[in-house]
Design a protein around this ligand. Structure first.
Ligand SMILES: O=C(O)CCC(=O)C(=O)O
Ligand SMILES: [Fe+2]
Length: 376
């Protein structure tokens, strides 16, 4: 198998162009092989060998499962118990699965499969071309240099809200694919329906911490809050022992809602002192992550998680990560419970400043982006 490792310049045919600002402030463009095309021909360029050794996760665990029906229940006892479980999950794990959320996932899954089922040329034509410095569009995220180890992933990122957003960095080009023809409609429906679930969870999370139920939600102004949707495709990988699907990171979001299908046991979270592989029932469950912004807003009581994705030899995997953020120009800071004894861990930050610093310094080898908001 090892002789399938080849140098990158043999893969000139199918590539993404990643644009980044180098250490001297100059705009650079580099060519990145398209992993879906490499997987088709069972090729593994050495540029995909991860920099750190990929120790096998020692534990396989199912994250806490929160029942949305119980959170909405008229039965006060059921609701109180579920709120308590929610608080424990968000504090200890920084994530939880949700069930009985009422969301229909089939159309979103179908259009995602449909897009990645197109040929490379069709995919490129479907989304247009634009600079990817802002990590939008079809390509790769977090590419910052020509010699950085690459993730075994192809990604498609769109801004789904505010609805009328005109993005300067894409020079007016729409980053929504026009194939499959119902792609945008299906994802927008999923986004709008999910927003209600996330708004409810923001209230439930506040209540579970004995705070006023709107302390978090009030920052997510409905017309200006920002929603980015990132569709991740991890094709089968010839060397899952050497490559990483998605490098370790925390999300620079308020909340992230994650839908996965295809391979399971791929997402890992750093918990305690090691990586835990998440065992995820193959049903309608979705995963909710606490992002850095909610960690800041909760004064560090809720934790954003450090996570990564591993690849598999013969199974492909899809995921849709939905990043829910307060409006870019708004300022967020810790909401405290009213006790003057509580130590304030974070300062106020403007959301877009936080996010742009996050992208400026990523990728990082540990959870340091949040130091930007730490009080001295
Ligand atoms: O694919 C996954 O399970 C995780 C994706 C993710 O963490 C991200 O897109 O930020
Ligand atoms: Fe993530």
């Amino acid at each position: 198998m090892i002789n399938s490792i080849m140098s990158m310049n043999k893969f000139g045919q199918y590539f993404h162009e990643a644009t980044f600002t180098d250490q001297y402030g100059e705009l650079k463009t580099t060519k990145i092989p398209v992993v879906q095309e490499l997987a088709r021909t069972n090729q593994f360029p050495s540029s995909f060998i991860a920099s750190s050794s990929l120790a096998a996760a020692t534990r396989l665990e199912t994250p806490p499962v929160i029942d949305i029906a119980k959170l909405h229940s008229c039965d006060g006892y059921s609701r109180t118990v579920e709120l308590q479980r929610l608080a424990e999950a968000a504090k200890e794990w920084g994530l939880f699965l949700i069930k009985n959320h009422g969301l229909v996932l089939d159309d979103a899954k179908d259009v995602i499969k449909g897009f990645f089922g197109l040929s490379f040329e069709e995919k490129k034509a479907s989304v247009g071309s634009y600079k990817s410095v802002d990590n939008m569009g079809y390509g790769k995220n977090f590419v910052k240099s020509e010699d950085q180890p690459l993730d075994w992933i192809d990604r498609l990122t769109m801004k789904a809200a505010p609805a009328l957003f005109v993005d300067q960095s894409t020079n007016g080009l729409s980053v929504w694919p026009n194939k499959p023809p119902n792609f945008r409609q299906a994802i927008e429906k999923y986004v709008e329906d999910s927003r209600k679930v996330l708004d409810g969870l923001l209230q439930d999370l506040a209540e579970s911490l004995s705070l006023d139920k709107n302390v978090f939600l009030q920052h997510f102004e409905p017309r200006q809050s920002e929603i980015k949707v990132r569709v991740n495709y991890y094709p089968p990988c010839p060397r899952p022992d050497l490559a990483i699907g998605l490098m370790p990171h925390s999300d620079a979001s308020g909340l992230t809602l994650l839908l996965e299908f295809g391979a399971t046991r791929a997402l890992q979270v750093y918990k305690g002192s090691g990586w835990v592989t998440l065992e995820w029932p193959n049903d309608n469950s979705l995963l909710v992550n606490i992002g850095d912004l909610l960690e800041i807003m909760s004064n560090g009581v809720l934790k954003s998680m450090w996570h990564q994705v591993r690849t598999q030899l013969d199974v492909e995997r899809f995921s849709l990560a939905y990043f829910y953020n307060p409006p870019p120009h708004s300022a967020i800071g810790p909401v405290v419970g009213g006790s003057s004894l509580e130590e304030i861990m974070y300062k106020k930050v403007v959301v877009e400043d936080y996010v742009s610093n996050y992208y400026k310094i990523s990728p990082t080898t540990s959870k340091v982006a949040i130091l930007y908001a730490k009080r001295p």
